[in-house]
Design a protein around this ligand. Structure first.
Ligand SMILES: *Cc1c(COP(=O)(O)O)cnc(C)c1O
Length: 463
């Protein structure tokens, strides 16, 4: 996605909505809104300069956190709609984008295999999960919500917001929920809903949803799938050659609710999460009687079933337009993008198997790779020091820097996975790369070689 392409799509904006605007009789823009040209140019150029303080999220050399720019189509669509600034809180706030929201949510629900659904876009995965947990609490007010140690930290926080008891279930060394520990907890009869991860944020661990669902059914417990990061990998799971364990993703169709973040793997700008319930009757939980917002339509509007009030209609427009161009298909559109990110991770895994200077921490289940510099003897403290040094040195290379991320891991988990590691400390640090750009597939061998060079050149301690 180069700058040219952005310009090309953003160029569409010059004429966007022009004839529609011109169909309304002209009026003078109020003086109070007028800004001096020089001042505007100075402010914009100062902004441009300040934005260079960012890491190059757009470039494959950025292989750190879960961040990348939106697709140019999404950016253009967002800006086109934003010039009108519809608000999807109610039908009269944005009739056009309200319809688009219904359409994209139906597409996502179909991807997960829900026969019927009720759902909407949110401003983030956290808010989407909050809503699922709020429904969980409303349906089982006396019971707790369970999630694994490796669930996103916001689940615990949101249980606090909801004033609901939560139970943390231990995880296996690979980061997936321990089903035996879960069952012991379920037997107590105090859990109302279990949260499963469709890819944990730290290592991309996918809980065995296909095992958890029948287990929870046995005890009359609900299941919520948190696919904020990994939900779109369902496209790969439905492919003829899945490249991932497809079973957990196919079992989402049996879950009670699911969350996915279009602003993570759906090529969208920030401000786009999505929550979907399998049983549309949860809509009755959202009763309210605001005198001014909701009297405009007889049909259910998505603003009525949202914890949030104002929501950017532009987000719905951006996602709608993106899915017109890159549909939710396994071997085309967004599926093709995810195939490449997955292949990038698999390629990384192959390279590390033959590497003398890097070791794999966990095999990637989706597109997050975790690794550390090989050392002799391998102690937790040395692995941590070397990982930190590699992180710094890769980023501070004078030419061709590489941006990685760090992950804290605890000793018992580390030594279970790697019995050769001497546990001289309670925690250690390894490296983590989210290979979430399709360009990573071709770039991985080169980047991997450069990271190895960095290590061979000597890692300075405490740098
Ligand atoms: C990112 C993430 C969240 C939080 O979503 P935001 O959009 O950042 O608020 C929740 N759960 C998982 C698994 C995530 O990866």
């Amino acid at each position: 996605m180069d700058v040219q392409e952005y310009r090309r799509w953003l160029g569409v904006l010059e004429s966007a909505n022009a004839s529609w605007r011109e169909s309304w009789n002209a009026f003078a823009i109020d003086d109070s809104l007028c800004v001096d040209d020089n001042r505007a140019a100075a402010a914009l150029s100062a902004l441009e300069k300040r934005l260079t303080e960012n890491y190059p999220f757009f470039h494959p050399r950025y292989a750190g956190q879960m961040i990348k720019p939106p697709h140019p189509i999404a950016a253009a669509a967002y800006m086109m709609a934003m010039q009108i600034n519809p608000n999807n809180h109610a039908l009269d706030g944005g009739p056009a984008t309200a319809k688009m929201e219904l359409e994209v949510v139906a597409d996502i629900a179909a991807m997960f295999g829900f026969p019927q659904h009720l759902g909407h876009l949110t401003s983030s995965g956290t808010i989407a999960n909050l809503e699922a947990l709020w429904v969980a609490r409303s349906l089982h007010p006396q019971k707790a919500i369970a999630y694994s140690t490796f669930s996103h930290y916001t689940h615990q926080r949101m249980c606090g917001v909801l004033n609901t008891r939560s139970v943390e279930i231990s995880a296996l060394p690979n980061g997936t929920i321990d089903c035996n520990a879960l069952e012991s907890e379920l037997k107590k009869g105090t859990i109302g809903t279990v949260v499963v991860n469709l890819g944990s944020t730290s290592v991309g661990a996918v809980d065995p949803v296909h095992v958890v669902v029948p287990l929870c059914r046995k005890y009359g417990v609900r299941v919520h799938a948190d696919g904020a990061y990994g939900g779109f990998f369902t496209l790969l799971a439905r492919s003829k050659s899945p490249m991932i364990d497809h079973r957990p993703f196919l079992a989402v169709a049996e879950c009670d609710s699911v969350v996915v973040d279009p602003h993570k793997h759906g090529l969208q700008p920030y401000g786009c999460g999505c929550v979907i319930f399998r049983n549309p009757s949860v809509g009755t939980l959202y009763k309210h009687d605001s005198p001014y917002t909701y009297f405009t339509s007889k049909e259910l509007h998505l603003g009525e079933i949202s914890l949030e009030c104002s929501r950017a209609g532009a987000s719905a427009a951006a996602l709608w337009c993106t899915l017109q161009c890159l549909p939710l298909q396994s071997d085309d559109g967004l599926g093709l993008v995810l195939q490449k990110t997955r292949r990038a991770a698999l390629r990384w895994s192959e390279l590390i198997a033959d590497s003398e200077v890097l070791s794999e921490y966990l095999p990637p289940q989706l597109d997050i790779v975790t690794y550390y510099p090989s050392t002799e003897p391998v102690t937790m403290s040395r692995v941590g020091d070397l990982s930190r040094s590699l992180f710094d040195q890769a980023m501070n290379r004078r030419e061709r820097p590489i941006y990685l991320a760090l992950l804290a891991v605890d000793a018992s988990r580390f030594t279970t996975l790697h019995p050769d590691v001497l546990s001289d400390k309670e925690t250690s640090i390894v490296l983590r790369s989210v290979l979430m750009k399709p360009e990573h597939e071709l770039f991985v061998p080169e980047m991997f070689g450069e990271i190895e060079d960095c290590i061979r050149g000597g890692l300075q301690h405490g740098s």
